[in-house]
Ligand binder design. Structure first.
Ligand SMILES: [Zn+2]
Length: 285
């Protein structure tokens, strides 16, 4: 069997910590090569941790965020981390969104070509990216990451593109979307109440929490939640260490409430039909 490789594509520094960090830590520890590509530098991010909101940090935010990312990468256990080299697109109508160097304004094939080159070097069987439908948080960079990932998969499998890079073409066999699972929020909310802690989720918010996709794949992250928490803390400008949303439950409590990270299998090898809920992203390969 060829070397197993997972490629994770994210939009901003800190997305790799909030989405799929524990499952990557698990695969990384089990000997799977894990590669992170971050599309933008997160230049438009606000400082969300009051303790870090100082003039020195504000003036040097891109470098600070790069250092935070490097630290999170080490904690999670990614073997390689690359930047795609675009600027954060901010939200629509914002100043950042007008910048010609932002990801949202980048030529699709140009951006996808950069990612396809990494695919040809690493030859991953599995790619994790963002969903086509993102109703809850439609950030332009997150939507663009989906488009760039799918186009990059096509380019890497194209013999003409690959030959231009001096490589054999490579088809990424499986593509997964990171999921935001309402059942996870419900389970965490129940745990807060059970422990007599104040829940960060209001009943109204939970009642309106709707999934864009149902999970096809649940990866057991028991024992790895602490790596996710530490990676989040490494993003000190972005993550408030006092946040109940991120840290209101201990790692053990969060794992007990909801012991998996969930994915949606968007692209599978021809003829492959999962038997029930998948427990391994390499199932069927
Ligand atoms: Zn993001």
């Amino acid at each position: 069997m060829e070397k197993r490789v997972i490629l994770s594509v994210h939009a901003h520094p800190d997305d790799e910590a909030s989405k799929g960090a524990a499952l990557i830590a698990r695969y990384s520890d089990s000997g799977v090569r894990t590669v992170l590509v971050t599309a933008t530098g997160g230049e438009a991010g606000d400082i969300l941790n009051p303790a870090m909101d100082t003039p020195a940090v504000r003036d040097d935010l891109p470098r600070v965020r790069a250092d935070e990312l490097a630290e999170a990468v080490k904690i999670i256990g990614y073997h390689r981390a690359e930047m795609l080299g675009y600027r954060d697109s901010g939200m629509p109508e914002s100043e950042a969104n007008q910048d010609p160097d932002c990801l949202a304004r980048a030529d699709l094939d140009e951006a996808a070509g950069r990612l396809a080159r990494i695919i040809l070097e690493e030859r991953p069987q599995v790619m994790l990216t963002y969903p086509e439908i993102q109703r809850r948080y439609p950030h332009p960079d997150h939507i663009r990451v989906f488009e760039v990932s799918m186009r990059a998969r096509e380019l890497a499998a194209d013999p003409v593109f690959a030959a231009g890079e001096g490589e054999r073409p490579h088809l990424v066999a499986k593509v997964y979307y990171h999921l935001w699972a309402p059942e996870r929020m419900h389970a965490l909310h129940a745990k807060f109440l059970e422990l007599g802690k104040e829940s960060p989720y209001s009943p109204e918010w939970l009642a309106n929490a709707e999934a864009d996709y149902e999970a096809t794949t649940k990866i057991d992250i028991t024992g790895f939640h602490a790596r996710r928490s530490a990676a989040l803390r490494a993003h000190a400008t972005q993550i408030d260490p006092e946040s109940r949303h991120w840290f209101g439950l201990s790692d053990a409590e969060a794992e007990e409430a909801y012991p998996t990270e969930d994915l949606y299998l968007a692209v599978a090898p021809e003829g492959y039909v999962p038997q029930g809920v998948e427990e391994d992203v390499f199932a069927g390969l």
